[in-house]
Design a protein around this ligand. Structure first.
Ligand SMILES: Nc1ncnc2c1ncn2[C@@H]1O[C@H](COP(=O)(O)OP(=O)(O)OP(=O)(O)O)[C@@H](O)[C@H]1O
Ligand SMILES: Nc1ncnc2c1ncn2[C@@H]1O[C@H](COP(=O)(O)OP(=O)(O)OP(=O)(O)O)[C@@H](O)[C@H]1O
Ligand SMILES: [Mg+2]
Ligand SMILES: [Mg+2]
Lengths: 255, 255
């Protein structure tokens, strides 16, 4: 059975897509058959893997809203052991379309039941909101990985995020756990980064990964070539950090 | 009558709150009576102005969902001519509560009719989504100012944003204009920044402000002191950029 990990945080621009693409890149290289599901209408993960949105036949929208066979949407990427169910612009309408649907929180979970035996890891990239798309992802996943930027504003929404995770565990998915918290965009030039890390460690005792992702220009350049960092610049600081993070994720398998 | 400017972009972390707080800070210093409306459940603008969320009596949630008098929610800030209607955690539920409400897109516009004669500028900080909160902001505003990060991923959602603005102009608010596009977090160490600026200029001919906001640590430190940059470090590069941007915004008043 696949480990299903949702990458979620409603704060925008904290590195959700960057983390989804780069952990998946390393998982593939380690030999794990990995599927990324791009659950954000902006489809950053889709293009971060070099998939041309205009050439895809089916996206996650058709799968969850039009009940299309997920295997028709699973697309190969140019990278070892790495597959993707792309996003599409129609997904932006899915929030509203889901509001009145039957068992609306379980749409993605039903899809997982159909495909989870064929992968070692399934990684879900979430949009910057706690709406029905993210709720679907947290209901379908067994684990949630939370990227948090080393910035002051990033501390504000943590209470809402925890509340939502707890509500989902109580009502929709009792096995959901916080598998880990990763600090991103660490900038050693400001004391603010250290202060934020200390606050997050106090907030999430024993959950913060040892690996801290530094701010690194190569990480922001890689998506413009449609490549995970391991394929774009495997020796840069950003690549080493994501390699080490992936190692921690693999090691910390929930019992 | 106030100029009502919504700061919007569904891409996360592009500098919406930072732009809202810092333009408002300079408008206040220039003598314009300015109101910020924090329309993001994460309430970053509220805390970026040093307002303690636990001490506010009424937020924008009570005003638009419970029809509270907006003047009960308008709060003074420690900064000259600067007022705020704070956000609150309940706002996260407003998206869903608005779905079935009467004239749900016009809730904020009705509030404006009541207060717009008392301010020179009203600035609305939007969440990273194109849901009913942002739709309300774009229906209530006369102008939309779009911050775009100098990053590859930031280019992807522009089509959706333009579509939404056009839909709102055709159906809900015919006077809505794009007052300007500001490039943020410019990093001179990578060619990517220049490439992104060129693409954005091609996409929005004649709309991109001359002022480019550089990546500047002081801008990310200021919110932890609850201060706009003009009050935190008026001589840093980030402050000069926002001062110049505010000058352009004031000068480019729509006819
Ligand atoms: N460690 C890093 N160093 C430098 N740039 C980074 C880093 N991580 C991410 N970025 C860049 O910062 C921007 C925001 O990251 P990303 O898009 O992954 O965040 P996100 O949380 O997925 O955003 P959204 O909330 O819009 O989905 C992107 O342009 C990305 O390339
Ligand atoms: N020019 C800049 N230089 C350095 N840091 C910046 C700059 N502008 C914003 N920041 C920081 O980057 C982060 C993202 O900015 P901000 O929160 O204003 O974006 P946003 O678009 O409002 O995010 P969201 O989509 O979550 O509402 C914040 O921590 C902020 O302090
Ligand atoms: Mg993303
Ligand atoms: Mg914001």
């Amino acid at each position: 059975n696949a480990r299903i990990i949702a990458i979620a945080n409603q704060k925008g621009g904290v590195g959700k897509s960057t983390t989804a693409v780069n952990i998946s890149g390393y998982l593939g290289k380690l030999g794990y058959k990995t599927l990324i599901i791009d659950f954000d209408p902006q489809s950053n993960s889709t293009s971060g893997l070099g998939i041309d949105k205009t050439h895809i036949s089916k996206s996650i929208y058709e799968v969850i809203i039009l009940n299309e066979d997920p295997w028709k949407a699973i697309t190969e990427t140019p990278y070892e052991n790495l597959f993707v169910i792309p996003s599409s612009i129609q997904l932006a309408g899915a929030e509203v379309e889901l509001v009145s649907a039957m068992k609306r929180e379980y749409k993605l979970k039903h899809v997982m039941d159909n495909i989870k035996n064929s992968f070692d890891f399934i990684v879900i990239d979430c949009p910057p909101a706690l709406g029905l798309l993210t709720i679907n992802a947290l209901t379908a996943a067994g684990e949630v990985l939370i990227p948090i930027q080393c910035e002051y504003y990033a501390l504000e929404g943590l209470g809402q995020l925890i509340n939502t995770i707890n509500l989902i565990r109580e009502n929709l998915n009792e096995s959901l756990i916080i598998t880990g918290v990763v600090m991103t965009m660490y900038d050693s030039r400001t004391r603010l980064s250290e202060q934020v890390i200390d606050e997050v460690k106090a907030y999430f005792p024993d959950k913060v990964y040892d690996t801290i992702i530094p701010r690194n220009i190569r990480l922001s350049e890689a998506p413009s070539y449609g490549k995970p960092i391991i394929d774009y610049d495997p020796d840069c600081k950003g690549a080493t950090a994501y390699k080490n993070l992936t190692g921690e994720v693999v090691k910390n398998e929930p019992k």
